[in-house]
Design a protein around this ligand. Structure first.
Ligand code: GLC
Length: 612
């Protein structure tokens, strides 16, 4: 990938932006500090070039890769599942470099901000380290660890030449039946604010252009986790109860419960914010001037740019032309189109030319985008999309960080007879459940594919493999997916839980085990052998049969690629310290059930967790 010298030459009158000097401006002041360079570049730009910067296409929908050059697109993303044809670090890198090459050949040679959902590691790339989803990180209560995880993730993202992740989610899920509960750190705004800030600091550092950092994105503004039952989106004739629904709450609740993560993320210097698909009291966030301009930009002092969610403006009532007019005038800066980018460019151009959208709004949007690009180092003469930290990608050192996160994320909910930790001598441990030996199940959604998938979808250690490694030579470890064969074993370890899902496909009104796993528990409980159960889920589940059948129950959430961390807790290599980030209900009828509610009568309260 040739260095972008063209860019340094063409931006006459604009000195290449050196990285912020140590002790230089940080936080939101960092972005304003580039305004002299931004002004010089903006003054050179045509309307077409400005609109190009505001347009983000998904690479899988490019009908012609040359359109990156034709439309001078400002950004490309790989949305969920939009992977290169073959999926390796090298394939991702080659794809990114090909697109950056096309961007470098435009008149101004402005590089792409390249976005991906590296939300629990760079988990769409085979071989990347997959960290616990945010719900597990919430259970750790450890901001330093969260910051380290984000920093490791930034390095693995840069190892593919990518410079922007759509993370962290600072959602505050209030009803666990929402399909994105696991993307939230907790039901508690203060914990979300603390861990969200840590994640931003880990991804960006004080200099998002540093070789081991990426641009971050706090999402989804706001109250994406506060929607009302029954208001969710209807998609392909299916009504979803929560996702992309309507948060029918007061402004006080919006601020006190759902905005705290943005206050701390903005203070930590987050460069981009993603408005939510959902609505607040009937108004789509993507259409809300109150939310996008008055609150985020004017009140909270946000100086970076707003990126829409995936085709989110299409869900604004009205036709596509009015969607664009409404959202851009409300304060949206870049639109994740992601497919109809030619129509978007044409329509936005018409709206500016006929005065429906003032040029001042366009200039403000492009200013914000260019500020972030300067801060990301894209205009430094030696900038390139060369992959960095390649040796560290998927390394044992990175996996060790993930394993520690798994250890600290596990919450011990029950431990009758002090069944745990498992202690020698153990003649035979019989592990049951398909989920015990399935890296896809233990990773959950947003892994390799949008919805995730079962099976050996990426590199890592399954929980069964972790148990085998930890059990030592004197103990036989056997496994059956259906729960059979336990008779005569010293202990059964049942690994059961939810199958992978993402977004609306995770909306669930029952919060039960899949039939297959309920049967495993039933079979195991009839063997006359003590049972230890590991629950894999994106939220608390209503599973009384598990607590009845098991001496011990661990909530391991969605631990990711390093299943050995679960074995560390089972065998006492690491005593459990995890604490519930979400209230664990007795019944699903109690939902939503959150700390502070009047009639608060959970099975296990927020913050609960046993030790050894
Ligand atoms: C998705 C999600 C958002 C993600 C974006 C790009 O629909 O809502 O979290 O960052 O699209 O994949």
């Amino acid at each position: 990938m040739r260095a972008l010298l063209l860019c340094g030459l063409v931006l006459a009158g604009c000195t290449a932006a050196p990285p912020p000097p140590a002790g230089g401006p940080t936080g939101q002041a960092l972005y304003r500090s580039f305004d002299p360079q931004v002004d010089a570049l903006l003054a050179q730009m045509t309307l077409a070039e400005k609109i190009g910067q505001m347009t983000q296409a998904d690479q899988e929908f490019l009908t012609d890769e040359a359109h990156i050059h034709t439309y001078a697109l400002g950004s490309i993303l790989n949305g969920g599942g939009s992977d290169p044809v073959t999926n390796s670090r090298e394939d991702w890198t080659a794809m990114v470099q090909r697109y950056q090459d096309l961007a470098s050949q435009t008149r101004l040679g402005i590089p792409l901000l390249y976005g991906v959902d590296a939300v629990h590691g760079h988990a769409n790339v085979v071989g990347a380290v997959v960290f616990p989803h945010n719900i597990g990180l919430g259970a750790t209560r450890n901001p330093d660890l969260v910051q380290e995880i984000a920093h490791v993730t930034a390095r693995e993202v840069r190892a593919t030449g990518i410079n922007w992740t759509f993370a962290p989610s600072v959602a505050v899920p209030r009803d666990d039946r929402w399909g994105r509960t696991y993307e939230g750190f907790a039901e508690d705004p203060a914990l979300v604010a603390s861990l969200g800030e840590a994640a931003v600091r880990g991804y960006q550092g004080d200099d998002p252009g540093a070789p081991d950092r990426v641009v971050a994105c706090a999402k989804h503004f706001a109250a994406d986790g506060g929607t009302t039952l029954g208001t969710g989106i209807t998609l392909d004739g299916v009504d979803y109860p929560f996702d992309r629904g309507d948060a029918r709450i007061s402004e006080a609740e919006l601020r006190e419960v759902h905005m705290q993560g943005y206050v701390t993320a903005i203070a930590a210097g987050v460069a981009t914010i993603m408005p939510s698909y959902s609505s607040w009291n009937g108004v789509k966030a993507s259409a809300s001037r109150r939310m996008l301009t008055e609150i985020i930009k004017e009140e909270l002092g946000f100086e970076g740019f707003l990126i829409s969610d995936f085709a989110a403006i299409d869900e604004i009532p009205g036709d596509y032309r009015s969607d664009i007019e409404t959202s851009i005038n409300a304060g949206m800066d870049m639109v994740m189109v992601p497919a109809r980018y030619e129509l978007f460019v044409r329509t936005l151009t018409e709206l500016v030319e006929d005065g429906s959208i003032p040029m001042s709004r366009i200039d403000d949007a492009v200013r914000r985008i260019l500020r972030v690009k300067f801060a990301a180092g894209l205009f430094e003469p030696d900038w390139s999309a060369e992959p960095l930290h390649v040796a560290a990608f998927g390394s044992e050192a990175h996996r060790a960080v993930a394993r520690q996160a798994v250890r600290e994320s596990v919450v011990l909910l029950q431990n009758r007879e002090e069944r745990l930790p498992l202690a020698a001598p153990l003649g035979r441990i019989h592990v049951v459940g398909a989920a015990a030996d399935d890296i896809g199940i233990q990773s959950g959604g947003w892994t390799i594919d949008w919805q995730g998938a079962t099976g050996a979808i990426t590199k890592g250690t399954t929980i069964l493999e972790g148990i085998r490694e930890a059990a030592g030579p004197g103990t036989e470890v056997t496994h059956s997916a259906d729960g059979s064969g336990a008779e005569g074993a010293d202990v059964i370890v049942a690994v059961v839980g939810e199958r992978p899902y993402a977004e609306m496909f995770g909306d669930d009104l029952a919060l039960r085990l899949p039939e297959e796993d309920a049967a495993v528990i039933a079979t195991a409980s009839g063997a006359g052998v003590p049972v230890v159960t590991v629950l894999l889920s994106g939220r608390p589940l209503v599973v009384p049969e598990v607590f009845e059948a098991s001496d011990a129950v661990l909530a391991a959430w969605l631990p990711g690629s390093e299943g050995g961390g679960v074995a560390d807790v089972l065998f006492g290599t690491f005593a459990p310290t995890g604490r519930l980030p979400f209230t664990w209900p007795r019944t699903v009828a109690q939902q939503p059930l959150n700390l502070g509610d009047a009639d608060y009568d959970p099975l296990f309260p927020y913050g609960f967790g046993l030790g050894y």
